[in-house]
Design a protein around this ligand. Structure first.
Ligand code: PGA
Length: 263
């Protein structure tokens, strides 16, 4: 384990999986699994990022049953309201007690042509509504070959942090595109190297305090079997988990990484 005092964050990005009924059943089962395992909930922050149509149901459940999970959304509009068919405002998310929002996931950048400028505008939209932006950056296989691992994510983060105030609460997720959904995760050393460089960017843009406080996650084929090796790295403060966040026991084991991290 690293020496940091940052509370680890394990984030489940469900992508377009689980409808609102499945979502409720899933969150209940995950909570029970962690309770059965006597998990220490204060030790690790857990946030789930369901599809928009599930948010109200999950919010009602975690509120009623006092489930200590954060609720996040997978995207938001750059606009606050108006004639933007199909878009969702940060204001609506805030009204649902959503606390954070994924921004610039590689699937949005790739399939929806989200540029670094759009990502930066979404970061501003999130901050306007007091939502924590989970800013995703990462290189493709081609970028990796041409420029090495860190150049592209560093450049993406520099643009995303333009105009962000030093006191802003943000999360950064380093997700090499080639590692997402491929079963081939980065090595812990590579994740550490890039996450350390991303922390330097946070320091240069937002200052030392922000760099010390900001959580930087690794994402890309994280599973119960490899989470501990990432969490041992000093600049990796958690994980953004896709596929494995949809399997109750697997995700519960990731959340309980401290049991197998060897501390
Ligand atoms: P994966 O996805 O864990 O399925 O690789 C990670 C992500 O896209 O956030």
């Amino acid at each position: 384990m690293g020496v940091s005092t940052r509370t680890p964050l394990i984030a489940g990005n469900w992508k377009m999986n689980l409808d609102h009924l499945q979502a409720v059943a899933f969150v209940q089962k995950l909570h029970w699994a962690l309770k059965d395992a006597k998990h220490e909930f204060e030790a690790v922050d857990v946030t789930v990022f369901p599809p928009y149509t599930d948010l109200r149901s999950v919010q009602t459940l975690i509120d009623a049953d006092k489930i200590p999970f954060g609720l996040g959304a997978q995207d938001l509009s750059t606009h606050d309201s108006g004639a933007y068919t199909g878009e969702i405002s940060g204001a609506f998310l805030k009204r649902l007690d959503v606390g954070s929002v994924i921004i610039g996931h590689s699937e949005r950048r790739d399939y929806h042509q989200e540029t670094d400028e759009v990502v930066a505008a979404k970061v501003q939209a999130a901050l306007r509504h007091e939502l924590v932006p989970v800013i995703c950056v990462g290189e493709t296989a081609e970028d990796l070959e041409k420029h090495g691992a860190s150049a592209v994510p560093v450049g993406q983060l520099e643009i995303a942090l333009e105009g962000v105030p030093a006191k802003a609460d943000i999360v950064v997720a380093y997700e090499p595109v080639w590692a997402i959904g491929s079963g081939q995760a980065a090595t812990p050393e590579q994740a550490q190297e890039v996450c350390a460089k991303l922390r330097e960017v946070v320091k240069a843009k937002l200052g030392e305090d922000a760099a010390a406080r900001t959580r930087i996650l690794y994402g890309g084929s994280v599973k119960a079997a490899n989470i501990a090796s990432f969490m041992r790295q000093p600049d990796v403060d958690g994980a953004l988990v896709g596929g494995a966040s949809l399997i109750v026991d697997e995700f519960a084991a990731i959340v309980r990484f401290q049991k197998h991290v060897g501390v």
